[in-house]
Each structure stands twice: as structure tokens, then as C-alpha cells.
Design a protein around this ligand. Sequence first.
Ligand SMILES: Nc1nc2c(ncn2[C@@H]2O[C@H](COP(=O)(O)OP(=O)(O)OP(=O)(O)O)[C@@H](O)[C@H]2O)c(=O)[nH]1
Length: 601
Amino acid sequence: MPDTPLDLIRNFSIIAHIDHGKSTLADRLIQNTGAVTAREMKEQLLDNMELERERGITIKAQTVRLAYQAKDGKTYTLNLMDTPGHVDFAYEVSRSLAACEGSLLVVDASQGVEAQTLANVYQALDANHEIVPVLNKIDLPAAEPERVKQQIEDVIGLDASDAVEISAKTGLNIEGVLEAIVTRLPAPKGEPNATTKALLVDSWYDAYLGVVVLVRIKDGHLRKGQKVRMMSTGAVHTIEQVGVFAPKMIPVESLGPGEMGYVTAAIKTVADTNVGDTLTDDRNPASEPLPGFKPSIPVVWCGLYPVDADDFEKLRESLAKLRLNDSSFHYEAETSAALGFGYRCGFLGLLHLEIVQERLSREFDLDLIATAPSVVYKITKTNGETMDLHNPADMPDGSIIEEIQEPWIKATIMVPDDYLGAVLTLCNERRGQQVELTYVGSRAMAVYRLPLNEVVFDFYDRLKSVSRGYASFDYAMDGYEPGDLVKISILVNNEPVDALSFMAHRSQAERRGRSICEKLKELIPRQLFKIPIQAAIGGRVIARETISALSKDVTAKCYGGDITRKRKLLEKQKEGKKRMRQFGKVEIPQSAFIAALKMDA
Ligand SMILES: Nc1nc2c(ncn2[C@@H]2O[C@H](COP(=O)(O)OP(=O)(O)OP(=O)(O)O)[C@@H](O)[C@H]2O)c(=O)[nH]1
């Protein structure tokens, strides 16, 4: 099979703020090029995980190959790379962008530029992309294409005079988008006769094919039967199948320069494939790999424990299965005095954490207790040793700590003027440092540096509530800095409950400690004895509440003889017990953990 000529290939991605219509446009492009008939068309084809569809967010990068007959009479091969829109997946965005030459920038014409639009555009510019602005939702009465064009020019500095105006929903001017892809985005470059270099963009586990590797060929070819070498590890595999996504997987004989497709090669686990790696020919290897990617590093950690200790094995298996398809998810076994056997898990951010937790409970039917999310602190001890602290329970004694550093982020928040005051107050409460405050029309754009620790608990929720849902938020990691940080332990009936311990800045310690004690007081049922609840830094108690004693005979309610009712009641109580955890003499309901850990201090 001859290679597709380079000048007839366009590799592009769609970047957009969440909900601006990226998936709807992708579906239209697929439909209009006939890759899928309308009847076959499952809504939002690219978001193929059930959860993604339900939550309306895109997680894994996917690609689809389209054939488009352009007005110039030629038939082009268009490779559309889907990219996740959320900031937690910035890393997946960057590797997807590296596989393309151009981007469609989709902006909702009734909303305008949002925080994520900016973050994504900067990434696309970093990847040297040609960018075509597309104004979507012009069918809406509230659409203001002229205003939004001006905004794109003012805020992003892109020429938006010939932005393509469309409605992805009604299908208006999808042709205009296809023509813009062909005429305004550059063709890929590559050498068919050079030694093979292919970029490993993504990999996942397929029940029938095993590990499937998504590649973008830069130079040379990948063919069935070829021995390929992964340049980062030196591992050699024989290619079993090469193919394209159209959008179903279709085997082809070979993939040439500029093309995107997949290979399978009897690779055992996704962990053997490093995203960003270069595949080369084993007999005629390239001397230099393609410029690599930064590895994805988990920034938020929490402990996950089965509510029912018997589920531990199931949790282990479920995590292993999750990891098969999500190499940015990390986990290691840990034990907690209070919660028993579980795992410490690392995530790219809060949304990633939420998605994993939800998948575990939904797909694997697991009831879990999650400890408070923690960022990774860097600790220098007095003897000069350094350590990364993932779990507040592992914090060394204060007397041997020289310095603790915490991660900071640079956040961009866009919000209508009316809510700016409340947003600034929130940022200041969270130890934020203002970097910039500018206006984009009637919207303010505030750039703040914030400690990540202040964001992981409930920052999004608070931001949404103080701005009535109008603020948009994005962030990037911004280095480590020393801080006056302390570990706060929670003691219930004088027993430390390690799962509830957390790190905080000293200035916030008392307020947070008090808030969690107050919450626990509400949440832990009264028992036959008095229960002190305390928050402490080292041996010093900084907050205290007491649950008063109660004498209560639950069966007393069932007067006299009705033994069946009595038994029913006792059984019901036993049921309830399963959801309780024993701490010394005290039983804490699981709901108390969940609520306490969701603290809004
Ligand atoms: N009126 C109107 N609604 C649209 C248009 N395009 C998309 N929508 C709607 O906007 C919402 C968001 O569209 P999606 O395509 O899911 O947005 P997205 O950018 O892919 O969102 P994520 O996948 O979450 O990043 C959906 O309810 C669409 O039906 C349009 O042109 N006009």
C-alpha cells in the first residue's frame, strides 16, 4: 500500500473550554465525512467511557481518521485527535498536541473566552500549532460572534477576523470547518526513507487485542512483522497488527510518515509502554529519540480503604484493573491503625481523584473510605536527609524537621465583575498572592499564586458558590516553597485516628482543627460514655469538643412481647454496624468520615 502523500494529510486537535461544544463538533465532523452513518452514530462517539458520557467530560485521548473530499477536488486524510479539556489532564493534552500540527479553537459565541480556553491555547502555541478559531453555538440568541472575535484578539492575541462561525448542534457551516482544516492548517512533514521514528501518544488495554499503542509516525514506517524498539527502555517487540481508527479499528499494511494509527505487539501491560517514548526499527534504529514528554506526576494523594475489610482483595484487583488503562494513576499498599489495610493512591488532580473513586464504586461495586486528600510535601530533616511526604500519618517528629516545602500553583480565574470581590476574598483566605488583575470586557481575569494544599479540599466548590457558578478556573503547578506547616492529629476518646490527620498552615491550624472537631461531634452518635474529641499539633491540644454520654436501650421502644419486631430492630442495628468503624471503645459511622473529610474549613 503506498503512503498517503504528506500534502493530503492534516493532523489536528480541538481545544475548548468545557461545554463549549468540542464533542458535538467532533461528532459532526465524523458524520459529515461519512465515517459513520447517522444511524450508527452514537452520540458523542469519542467519549466512549460510560462515565465520561454521563459526566460530560472527556478523559482519554482518542483519535479518528476521516476522509474528506475538499472543494479543490482532492481527498484528504484528516486525523482528529481528541483531547481532554480538564486541567487535571493537562499532560494528556500536551502529548496529544505534540502529535498534531494544528488546532481548532472552539469558543462558545454566547460565553466567550474562559480560563481553560486560555490554558489550552497556550499549550497549543507551545506545540507550535497553527490555530483556527471556531465560534460555536451561533444559533443561540445570546451569541455575540463579533464581541467574542474581539475578545479572542484582545486576550489571546490571535487574528480572529476569519474565525469560522458555526452551530455544531444544528450542523450549520461544518463544511466551513472542514475547508479551514484543509486550507489553513499545515500538512505534516516527514521522511519516508529515513529510519523509523514514531511517537507513542497513548496506550490502553483492550480485552481482545491486549495492549494497543496509539502512534504518530514522524519518519519511516511501521509494518506488521517489523521488530520495533522502545527507545526509553530498549524493549523489543514484534508488531502483530497495524491499523487506523475509522473510527472502528481497521488493520492496514503499514503506516507512513505523518500518519496516526495503532500497533499491537504482544505487549503485556500498559506499564511497559511509556507515553512520549519513541518507537524505532530494531535493525536500523534511530540515534536520537523524538523530543520527549515530561512524565505525569501525581500531585494529590489519598488513602482508599474498603469499608468492609473482606473487600480488600477486591480493591486490590480493581486498582490493578484501573491502572491497566490509566498509567497516570498510582497506588501502593498501606496500613492504617484505624482503617486497616488499604492503598495510598496518587492522582493528577482532584477531578482525577473523583473519577477514580467513582469508577471504583460504580464499576467495581466497592464501598470505600477515602482519607483527606493531601499534596506532596518535601521535607528536609535536621540531618540533611530529604523525603517526599505523601501521607500526613508518615510525618516525622517535629524535632527532626529542618524545613517543609509545599507545592504552589498559578491559578487563572475569570469571573463577572459582580462576583470579583467575593472571589478575591476567597483567594486571600487561602493564602493567595495576587499576580495580575485585568479585565476582558465585563469579566475580570485574576491570576493568583496559591498553595495547592489550600485548593485540594474544596476550592472549586467554594469558587462556584461565591460566584454563583460563573467563575471559571484553571491552574498550572508553580514550584515548591518553604512554609510554616504542621500536622494536625485528631483524637477520638484519646485515640489518634490517623485517617483524619491532615497537614495545614499554622495560621489555619486552629480554625480547621476546631471545625473538624465540631463536625465530628455532630456526626458521631452519642454512646454510653463521654467522648472527648480533640485536635492536636504534636502533644498540644488546639481544639476540643465533648460528646456527652447517653443511656439508650433501642429495644425499649418495642413495648413488651412483640418478639419479631424486636428481632427486626436488632437486625437493622446490626446492618448499621457494618458501616461503622471501631476506634478503641468508640464506633464511628462511615458517613462521619466522609463528611468530616469533606471539611470546608
Ligand atoms: N445551542 C447550541 N448548543 C450546542 C452547540 N454545540 C454544542 N451544544 C451543546 O453544548 C453542550 C456541551 O457540548 P459538548 O460538545 O458536550 O461540549 P464539550 O466541549 O465537548 O464538553 P467536554 O467534553 O465536557 O469538554 C451540549 O449540551 C451540547 O448539546 C451549538 O452549536 N448550539
